[in-house]
Structure formats: C-alpha cells, structure tokens
Write a protein that binds this ligand. Sequence first.
Ligand code: ATR
Length: 284
Amino acid sequence: MNINSSTKTICLLGHPVKHSFSPSIHNYLMKKYNQNNIYVCFDVEEKNLEKSIEGIKSLGIVACNVTIPHKVNVIKYLDYIEENTKIIGAVNTIKNEACYLKGYNTDGVGFIKSITDKGYTLSKKRVMIIGAGGSSRSIAIELASKGVDYIEIRNRTLYKAKDIAISIKDNFNTKVKYSDEAIDTKSLENIDIIINTTSVGMETKECPIDKNIKPSKDILVCDIVYKPHETEFIKWAKDNNLGVVYGIDMLINQAIYAFYIWTNIKPSKEDIQYIRELYENQRL
Ligand code: ATR
C-alpha cells in the first residue's frame, strides 16, 4: 500500500480492539480496489466515545466500524441512522459525508448474504432464532424486512426475546413468537431455517440444542459462532444431513457490506474466498 499525503483513514472504535480481524479484511480490499485509505484500530474507552466521534469529524476520518461496547451508545452522536438500523438500535458502521455522520448496522445484511450466496431463498420461510442479544436483533430485523413468513425467538431470558418480537410486530408483517422453552423435535416440525446467535459453542464443545434431536424435515442450520469453524451445532446439522451456513461467512459478509457502503464497490466471490483463507492462516 502506497501511503501518501492524500491517504484517508478508516478506523475501528471499540474496547478492546486488539484481536480484531477487520484491519486484515479492509486493508486487503482497499489495496485490491485502489482505494487510497488505510484501516486502523482505536481502543476507545466508554468515557472517551463522544470526543472520539468529534475527532472523526475534525480529523476527516472518512468512515469507521464500531464494536463492543459502543454499538448502542454511539447512536446519539450520529446525524442520520438508516431505517432498519433505527429499529435494531445498534450501529456497527459509520460513513462520514462532509462531517455528516451516517450510521448503519451490517450484521443482519451480512448474515442474509451468507444464506443467499449459497442459493437459499427467504420468501415464505419460517425461522427460529436462538438467543436475543445484539446479533439476534440485527438478524431478526433484517429477516423481517426481507419478508420471511414467521420468526420464533428462543432465549433463556424471556423479556429480551419479547423485546425483539415487539420490534418486529410494530414494524413488519412477519408473524412472530417468543419463548424461553428448550427446543425439542416437535418445535422444529415447521421450521425451515434455525440460527444460533448465542455464544454457546464458542471455543467449547457445548451445543445450543439437544444433540439427540432428529429433525423430521430438511432445515438450514446457521451458526454465527466462528471459533471453532465447525461448532457442535454445525456438527449436529451435518450428522442429520442438514444444510449449513458457517459463522465465518457472516463475519466476512458484514465487513464486505460495510466496504460497499463506504466505497460503492462490491467485492467478488474470489475476495471472500481469499479473506476466508487469510482468516484460516491467521488463526493457525
Ligand atoms: P451479541 O451482541 O453477540 O449478540 P449478547 O448481546 O451478549 O451478544 O447476546 C448473547 C445472547 O446469547 C443472549 O441472548 C444470551 O442469553 P441471555 O439473554 O439470557 O443472557 C445468550 N447466551 C449467552 N450464553 C448463553 C448460555 N450459556 N446459554 C443460553 N444462552 C446464552
């Protein structure tokens, strides 16, 4: 990368940011598509968020990603929030247009791209989402906005599942249900897509559902956990001959969509493959 006096900065604001994979993804894409930008990470404590956002404007930082713990708090400092992002209530991507800061959430869109890239469709689909945190919210809202027929949210803390259900009911036509009950074979009878959005299985051998369940029909099984690549949930799906979507796909696709928002460039399938390999190599 040829850094010169015209090079602009794009950054990640988070705390911590040390192990972020985003610089590898974006610096590869910036170079590949001849964008004179450099992507760096800033470790920003909560008390310094407002000043950091002022800094984005005063230093002419052209764009940023936002991660834990700032995704919700950053909203109050932005000038515009995209429609679905407003409903989600959390921002992970900002574009600075001449000091007018626009906020987006690319998690749900990235997740949907992971499914449609594999040839699956969403129309008339019945979806079960396990978990009711930030990722669940963004995926549920994007799925509802794409017109899936039905969304059922399962979470051990009922009120969080209810909150998401209310947001869907208030804004979309998608039928919605929520529950804190454990999933059994019967509850999967009418489900086409099941998504784990909890951290269960992250670097452990735990599975978010009972592995003895034998679904009576074909279901697409998606996990947002990407460490390990093959989670127990994905293994359960494969043991039952079900289709799978891996967590790494959503991780990469949310970044690809942010890159598109910033540059209007759509990276290729080969880029996605290259980034996947980059991730695998960094992991070793
Ligand atoms: P993220 O922003 O990645 O979605 P989060 O907002 O912390 O992360 O949400 C994590 C989700 O995983 C929550 O729904 C959480 O359940 P609670 O709402 O009851 O806290 C769920 N989760 C985390 N660990 C879990 C576990 N061991 N069993 C079941 N659910 C779990």
